[in-house]
Design a protein around this ligand. Structure first.
Ligand code: 3H9
Length: 646
């Protein structure tokens, strides 16, 4: 198949890249582009060239599949240089996304035109690398240092309208992009913009770079690529074009071979595989036109907000009018928070809230496509809910439980047509956290399971199928992680050392700080429940603290002490006294060894989970940890960490 073709529209040549699915810059595409430059330069009938792409997007970047292998010529910087220095001016016509190498190709063109819905960006740092074909060197020359620093070190793409404001593209083409670009090419002025490689780079004072470095280092917590990207941008302003290109390329090639890049590639492919599991290919899903949530507490309101964010009308059911009011107030607080953080306009927030109907009457659910139960974690309460749902809902409505620990099979007992029942485990705050554990029972039918995955796609979540066991995948590993952290403390390692080690590893918080924030009492009550049911649950150090009234920040202390109104954790003498007798004499362990112990424990639990078939793939476990529990993405997840490449 020819991946780069040339067509003619009078004196304008239209070069089309057609390399599904996303027109990645494989060796064949690079070769095709170089050959097109040569052919069109040699053609006296051609005045200008429009570069366009077939399919859903412009060039979405280098081919990530080639990153594990030695680079093959022609190299992308050379292909782009050929475009930039071509005798005929090239004009990029961007639809979909021009990302990474794709945007770098556009930077080599004299003009960048885009469809209104298009976006452009340099997301390389999200793959643990820096742009490798002039992205840093040309962007500072095109849009200035501040824009370039933001674009390159965050990796976040920007929409066309914003890209114009930032100076990253020249104009938006309304209507048909190809013909609009051809018309633009036909009417080029004699004087063309100077190629970016020939423009001078702006310079910035030392303090700018120092501040930027400080801010980025704080944000990235051990991830290297964003800081290396900043170094490339700085170099781009300090030396000539060719030297800056050489520095960028060396940095790119070094990072490409790094462990962090391998980890981030692993996550990239795991995330893309997750929403569409092969066994569900071709299975028709049930409709998802509206949804209902039973329970307006923190979790229920978060789920309702996630539905509203995806545009679904929502019914929120509570047991009495006061609880309905509280549920709606919880939702309002979520949208108000989004307004405060600048993520939503006031008008949009009002519209989100207006799309929610609060009710105490289950009859309101008669025409719902999907109902999620998010009530108190107690089997009898949940069963009552499903009794009602079984009575009032349409036979083909999907009925889901958001339980974290209960057995979905028991919740579904007695439900008519149990094929439509499924566990959908959201993570708090449910409108923010990306993970969705999808837990079918043996009776869940394929259409319901496929609908669970379709819902995840609609909500922009990362779905992972989990089998039934206590805590499913995520909370089961969390339990093991906490137990191992306590084992270290019993062995004499200071609580604060454990937390500091996990922060140094890349978590936002260590295991004890996180418990103090969330509250120690929830897990305690669960253990007590299990003990009351006759199970042998050994006493944890956390139990000792809760019995002494130390439930976390909300009680002024948990594993640490807290001063009123201050979230900073202070090592606690009271905790030392309470745990005295359970802890061996102080034993220092270095941070790397602590992290290794805890991550290995997580991975061992992951291996058991895989062996039992609770998770289907090791990469699914990594996604659970990254998207539900704050495992640093650039470490690839616990299973990746113990793999030969990790
Ligand atoms: C780079 O460019 C480095 C340069 O600076 C230096 C060079 C020297 N390669 O996401 P989707 C596959 S670094 C290979 O579901 P969407 C993906 O695996 C690169 N394959 O689609 C999936 O395969 P399958 C910088 C890729 O419509 C299929 O395409 N670029 C690549 O939801 C569909 O993907 C990026 O980081 C790739 N680069 O979203 C862009 N990209 O069907 C990454 C995708 O077998 N890509 N695939 O499962 C994206 O952000 C999204 O794919 C995009 C489309 C927004 C383009």
């Amino acid at each position: 198949m020819t991946v780069v073709t040339i067509a003619r529209e009078g004196k304008i040549a239209v070069v089309t890249v057609d390399n599904p699915p996303v027109n990645a810059l494989s060796q064949a595409v690079r070769q095709g582009l170089c050959e097109a430059v040569a052919a069109l330069d040699a053609d006296p009938g051609v005045a200008a060239v429009v570069l366009t792409c077939a399919g859903r997007t412009f060039i979405a970047g280098a081919d990530v599949n080639e990153f594990g292998k030695p680079p093959q010529p022609p190299h992308l910087p050379d292909a782009i240089s050929a475009i930039e220095m071509a005798a005929k001016p090239w004009i990029a016509a961007i639809h979909g996304s021009a990302l990474g190498g794709g945007f770098e190709v556009a930077l080599g063109c004299r003009f960048r035109l885009a469809a209104r819905e298009a976006s452009v960006g340099l997301p390389e740092v999200t793959l643990g690398i820096v742009p490798g074909a002039g992205g840093t060197v040309r962007t500072v020359r095109l849009a200035g240092v501040e824009v370039a620093v933001d674009l390159v070190t965050t990796g976040k793409p920007v929409r066309a309208l914003r890209a114009i404001e930032l100076g990253l593209i020249d104009r938006i083409v309304e209507g048909d992009l190809r013909s609009g670009a051809v018309t633009f090419a036909e009417n080029l002025a004699d004087e063309l913009p100077v190629p970016l490689s020939l423009r001078a780079a702006p310079s910035m004072p030392e303090t700018f770079w120092e501040n930027a470095e400080g801010a980025i280092a704080k944000r990235v917590r051990g991830e290297i690529a964003p800081l290396r990207a900043l170094a490339c941008l700085r170099r781009a302003t300090e030396v000539d074009f060719a030297s800056a290109m050489a520095f960028e390329r060396t940095t790119f090639l070094n990072l490409r071979a790094s462990k962090q890049a391998a980890a981030l590639r692993h996550v990239f492919f795991a995330e893309r595989a997750a929403p569409r599991p092969a066994p569900l290919a071709g299975i028709e899903t049930r409709p998802l036109r509206n949804a209902a949530v039973i329970g307006g507490g923190t979790m229920g309101a978060g789920i309702a907000a996630a539905f509203r964010d995806a545009g679904l009308p929502v019914i929120l059911i509570e047991r009495d009018d006061a609880a309905v009011e509280r549920g709606l107030a919880n939702l309002k607080a979520i949208f108000d928070g989004a307004v405060k953080r600048g993520r939503l306009t006031e008008v949009a927030a009002e519209a989100r809230l207006a799309g929610v109907i609060g009710s105490t009457d289950y009859a309101a659910l008669a025409d719902c496509d999907l109902v999620i139960e998010a009530v108190f974690e107690e089997l009898s309460v949940k069963r009552q809910v499903f009794d009602e749902l079984g009575r009032v809902c349409r036979a083909d409505a999907v009925l889901a439980t958001n339980t974290s620990y209960l057995d979905p099979r028991e919740i579904a007992q007695g439900l008519p047509r149990p094929g439509r029942f499924i566990g959908l485990h959201f993570f708090s705050p449910a409108n923010v956290m990306k993970l969705l554990e999808i837990v079918p029972t043996p009776e869940t039918d394929a259409a319901t399971l496929a609908t669970g995955f379709a819902l995840a796609r609609l909500l922009g979540k990362v779905p992972v199928r989990a089998g039934i066991c206590e805590g499913f995948i995520g909370n089961r590993i969390l339990k093991r992680y906490r137990a191992e952290a306590e084992a270290l403390v019993r062995q004499g390692v200071a609580i604060a050392d454990v937390d500091a080690a996990m922060r140094a590893f890349g978590f936002a918080m260590g295991p004890f700080e996180a418990q103090d924030l969330g509250g120690l009492d929830i897990a305690f009550l669960q253990r007590e429940g299990a003990r009351a049911a006759g199970l042998d649950v050994p006493e944890t150090l956390g139990d000792i603290l809760v019995r002494a009234g130390r439930k976390g920040q909300k009680t002024g202390g948990g594993w640490y002490d807290y001063k009123p109104g201050d979230r900073r954790a202070h090592p606690s003498q009271e905790v030392d006294q309470l745990l005295h007798g359970h802890i061996k004499p102080a034993a220092a362990l270095d941070a790397a060894a602590i992290a290794d112990r805890l991550v290995s424990a997580m991975a061992r639990e992951g291996e058991a989970i895989l062996a039992e078939g609770v998770a289907e793939r090791a990469s699914d476990i990594d996604l659970v940890e990254i998207h539900g529990y704050g495992f640093p993405r650039w470490r690839g997840g616990p299973m990746f960490c113990i793999s030969p490449g990790g």
